[in-house]
Design a protein around this ligand. Structure first.
Ligand code: F6R
Length: 601
């Protein structure tokens, strides 16, 4: 959580580079923001609230000058969002400024000791111990790099930290369990907790590892490991463009990203389908043997993708279970023999998912990350990584990455447990057609009308069975996350075991019914149950069954393979959530209390 940016080598535009970088990172946290610039002196500006408030504060005061600086956008963990708790934090003399993502677990004893030594703290944050420690070591005569390293030796926890010192022309930064990347430009260098922070300036990136310390100045960057030994690092050129991280004319990133799904899926499938042979071939998966069993670990939307993955593995005859990552590593470890643990995580940085994967690795189990985060912690720590290739997703609500995860899981299952030749050929052809099918949904959706006619109701329920059960859960999560309305997803058959008590004429029920098999027919039975209680019914369907007869509204999807139908149904529900949130005037790209990358457990 939280965003860090830094730059060296710019002139008068240093402040703008930092503020623009923070704007691209605001999805990581947005309850306060701040910058520190080093010129003749060290100047810090910070404000509670959105970045806009910081910009306004800067406009109405002296514009800080300087040729290097760091910035931060915060998602609070220690202390409420206030000006004082906003980063950067400084020592008492204002000589050292620090920004930090993560949590310093031993901050309280460090703070007690510093206070006993006479240091006065001005914030409630865990971070503030760091500038005071650096200042104390500078006071002892250490140079800034040594003082920074000594401060890191004292702290425990997860962090990406960057520090600047007045009168010094370098940025010092380090990572442990929280992402940090270096951008390499021509005589200009950058730091970011994520690549979009500096994508406008360079696509050449160095991904840091845990324990790395980097020093950046106008001459370049040097990385050392935790012991201070030089660390070899590769410069990777990312294929994302700055344009891809802008809104491209859409009102919100979320809407843009919903509309990017045809492209995202084409990217995810490119070079992985052999349409002539009707087979799937994924280079990254070539080293994995067919497992005896699979456990999938994930959070939130990615957990819904994992549930869909379970269904696919079971259909392929491989026993599979999905676990909420936050539950996986905290109790007795679930038994797994001759199996693989798959972490589904778009960011590759979710702390709960990383913990679960590490728990599996500690037990000697092979691990695979299904992720969008090339260079992410999950991708680097797992034995294997399958990249979903969605491109950057800025809106906090995951949309295109969810669809890409579903597709990647299909590729994974077909690779590890290839089905009957004819079945695979049919699936390959459905996957090939899927981007076009999504476009058809986007072009013809009736989601806006459905929203207009169902606004102002008491609650919104979503039901589905089999591979459509995760779609029901995801439909409800997206809806509640961005509309702040009460929404719940259920396995259709579970309704009558309790939730039916909530169903009235003021609770629309979205029923996902695709195909016309036994599951579809049973779900239609559940639709009749809610219809009998006068609930407005919205059927999301491919028209294969007669569910439309019992529905007040229909959101249609093209006919497709049973495995790709959930992707199309979900696009309709993404649009429903988006249009309802838009109608209610919500902050769609930055829902309250949430952040894009959840790097705390
Ligand atoms: C909801 C959403 C979250 C994430 C969850 C896991 O729209 O985006 O529920 O899915 O925080 O994130 P990743 O996939 O990055 O591990």
């Amino acid at each position: 959580m939280c965003g860090i940016v830094g730059c060296v080598g710019h002139g008068d535009d240093t402040l703008d580079v930092l503020l623009d970088g923070l704007e691209t990172l605001e999805y990581r946290g947005y309850d306060s923001a701040g910058v520190a610039l080093v010129g003749d002196s060290l100047i810090v500006k910070k404000r509670e609230g959105r970045l806009e408030r910081l910009r306004e504060a800067i406009e109405t005061s002296d514009r800080p000058g300087g040729t290097l600086g760091i910035g931060h956008t915060r998602w609070s963990t220690h202390g409420p969002p206030t000006d004082a708790n906003a980063h950067p934090h400084t020592d008492e003399s204002g000589r050292v400024a620090v920004v930090h993502n993560g949590i310093i677990e031993n901050y309280q004893p460090l703070r007690d000791k510093l206070e006993a030594d006479g240091v006065t703290f001005t914030s409630d944050t865990d971070t503030e111990v760091v500038p005071h420690l650096i200042a104390a070591f500078l006071q002892d005569g250490l140079d800034p790099e040594a003082a920074f390293r000594r401060a890191l030796d004292r702290i425990e926890g997860s962090y990406a930290i960057a520090a600047v010192v007045a009168g010094d022309d370098r940025i010092y930064a380090a990572r442990n369990d929280s992402p940090l990347v270096v951008g390499v430009g021509d005589g200009r260098f950058y730091l970011g907790s994520d690549v979009p922070a500096f994508l406008e300036h360079t696509r050449d990136v160095v991904f840091l590892d845990d324990g790395d310390l980097v020093v950046v100045d106008a001459d370049g960057w040097q990385v050392t490991d935790a012991d201070g030994a030089p660390a070899e690092k590769e410069v990777t050129t990312v294929t994302w463009s700055a344009e891809q991280t802008g809104k491209s004319g859409y009102d919100h990133y979320m809407l843009k990203e919903i509309h990017e799904q045809p492209t995202a899926l084409r990217q995810g499938l490119s070079g992985r389908l052999d349409e002539l042979a009707g087979t799937v071939s994924v280079e990254e998966l070539s080293g994995i043997e067919a497992p005896g069993a699979v456990q999938l670990v994930a959070c939130g939307t990615s957990y819904h993708a994992a549930l869909y993955g379970v269904e696919l593995f079971r259909q392929a005859g491989i026993p599979a279970q999905a676990f909420l990552a936050s539950e996986y590593a905290t109790g007795p470890a679930p038994v797994l023999e001759d199996g693989i643990v798959v972490g589904v995580t778009q960011s590759g940085e979710t702390a709960d998912t990383l913990s679960a994967l590490r728990e599996a690795q500690a037990r000697g189990i092979e691990t695979l990350a299904v992720t969008n985060g090339v260079g992410s912690t999950a991708a680097r720590e797992c034995d294997h990584a399958l990249f979903i290739r969605s491109g950057p997703e800025i809106g906090v609500a995951a949309t295109k990455t969810f669809s890409s995860q579903l597709i990647a899981l299909n590729l994974l299952v077909e690779t590890l447990a290839p089905g009957d030749r004819g079945d695979t050929r049919t699936l390959v052809s459905a996957l090939r057609d899927l981007p076009g099918d999504i476009q058809e949904v986007l072009d013809e959706t009736a989601a806006e009308t459905v929203v207009e006619e169902n606004a102002g109701r008491d609650a919104f329920f979503f039901i589905g069975r089999g591979e459509n059960f995760p779609v029901a859960l995801e439909g409800a999560l997206k809806f509640k996350e961005i509309t702040y309305e009460h929404a719940e997803g259920f396995a259709a058959g579970e309704l009558k075991h309790g939730p039916l008590a909530l169903v009235t004429d003021r609770t629309p029920v979205f029923a996902v019914v695709t195909g016309n098999d036994e599951r579809a027919r049973k779900t239609i039975g559940n639709v009749k149950e809610v219809e009998a209680r006068d609930a407005p019914v919205v059927a999301v369907t491919d028209g294969a069954s007669d569910v439309e007869r019992y529905a007040d509204h229909v959101l249609s999807i093209p006919e497709t393979h049973p495995r790709t139908a959930p992707v199309l149904a979900n696009v309709q529900l993404q649009l429903v959530a988006y249009h309802m949130a838009n109608q209610l005037g919500r902050e769609i790209d930055k829902p309250r209390n949430l952040a894009k990358s959840v790097t705390v457990e």
